[in-house]
Design a protein around this ligand. Structure first.
Ligand code: HEM
Ligand SMILES: *[C@@H]1O[C@H](CO)[C@@H](O)[C@H](O)[C@H]1NC(C)=O
Length: 328
């Protein structure tokens, strides 16, 4: 008796539910999906995102990073939010999730929604809408997004690395992975503009500083990086990091593109984006025009947010975002 047997029963029970609802049409995603069932849902989420942002500005970074880490791994199904169980590792605990934070505040938003409309609004939609509203808090564009996603029942930790590129991945692999979701080259360049906010921990940077400083780094930026990351092997207890954009660290703007053209990109992927001949023309265009960046960013976030969702009678509406409901 192992995980396989459990999955088999889970599978049986999911198929039973779907068969039951077979003659109800799957409406898919729609604008304002909750207009009849919970008309105030989007307002509650927006209000909570704003309140949280007032108290902890970095929550907005998390909402923005979450949409990538959830939606790019097979489906926008909020599998990212599940805690580990005795048998199954959570996505949150994998190496790619390093530095993800503020998960408890997703529960704050979920609880506020549950108080008004219990059991109606999915965590997958809360994750996507909090990203949408977080982007606005950070000075980015308002992006109208569809809702109607349902929550997955299990972690996808086992496949996370096949979907999320590593910090030092080649541009070819990065472009391929996003293309598989229908996101083209300017879309990828725009999405990486998210690295205009937030931070990167020293563990992801020390290989560019020690034993020798990466000659590709702007020498004017190196003393700051060495000051923030003084040890070749960072002390795991000390929270040591460098801000992604020293100029405007709290604002989602096109300064990221000027930084990477100036060799101040922190990650290898950021740096490569400004050098690869497929991506460089878009980097230059976005460095010049915030409008163009926002337009492409909004388009790419929309595609990302619609990646292979569970809809209709698939999945479930979780009661709490960090645990799947009990199978009945
Ligand atoms: C090739 C693709 C990408 C790679 C390899 C990558 C990698 C990383 C890494 C290593 C960090 C630092 C984490 C830490 O040390 O705490 C980071 C931070 C971040 N990433 Fe990405 N990322 C990618 C794409 C994206 C996309 C598409 C988005 C959103 C649309 C995004 C949003 C963010 C945000 C907002 C942060 C800052 C988080 C914070 O300060 O809490 N990233 N990313
Ligand atoms: C990328 O960095 C990781 C450590 O974070 C390392 O194990 C891996 O070998 C590196 N890959 C490449 C292609 O350099």
């Amino acid at each position: 008796m192992g995980a396989k047997v459990l999955f088999f029963f889970a599978f049986l029970s999911i198929s039973a539910v779907s068969a039951f609802a077979e003659n109800e049409k799957d409406p898919g995603l729609a604008m304002d999906f909750y207009k009849d069932t919970c008309p105030q849902a989007e307002d509650i989420i927006r209000e909570q995102v704003k309140l949280l942002y007032k108290r902890h500005k970095n929550t907005a970074f998390s909402w923005l990073r979450n949409i990538f880490h959830d939606c790019a791994v097979q489906s926008c199904d909020s599998s990212l939010l599940l805690d580990s169980t005795r048998r199954i590792l959570s996505e949150k605990e994998t190496d790619r999730s390093f530095g993800l934070r503020n998960f408890r505040y997703i529960e704050t938003i979920k609880e506020a929604v549950e108080r008004e409309c219990p059991g109606v609004v999915s965590c997958a939609d809360i994750l996507v809408l909090s990203a949408r509203d977080g982007i606005v808090s950070l000075g980015g564009p308002y992006i109208p997004l569809k809702t109607g996603r349902r929550d997955g029942r299990r972690s996808r930790a086992d496949v996370v690395e096949e979907y999320l590129p590593d910090h030092n991945e080649t541009i070819s692999v990065v472009l391929d992975r996003f293309a598989a979701m229908g996101i083209n080259t300017p879309g990828v360049v725009a999405l990486l503009g998210a690295h205009s906010v937030g931070r990167t921990h020293c563990v992801k940077l020390v290989h560019r500083l020690y034993p020798e400083v990466d000659p590709a780094l702007n020498p004017d930026h190196v003393p700051h990086m060495l000051h923030k990351c003084p040890d070749q092997i960072p002390d795991p207890k000390a929270v040591q990091y460098v801000r992604n954009d020293r100029g405007t660290p709290m604002v989602l703007d096109n300064n990221y593109y000027r930084n990477i053209l100036d060799n101040k990109g922190l990650l290898i992927v950021d740096h490569q984006l400004a050098y690869d001949k497929r991506t460089k023309p878009y980097v230059k265009k976005m460095a010049k025009s915030q409008d163009y960046f926002f337009k492409e960013f909004a388009r790419a976030i929309t595609i990302l947010s619609e990646n292979n969702p569970l809809t209709g009678s698939k999945g479930e509406i979780r009661k709490q975002c960090n645990v799947a409901n009990k199978l009945h």
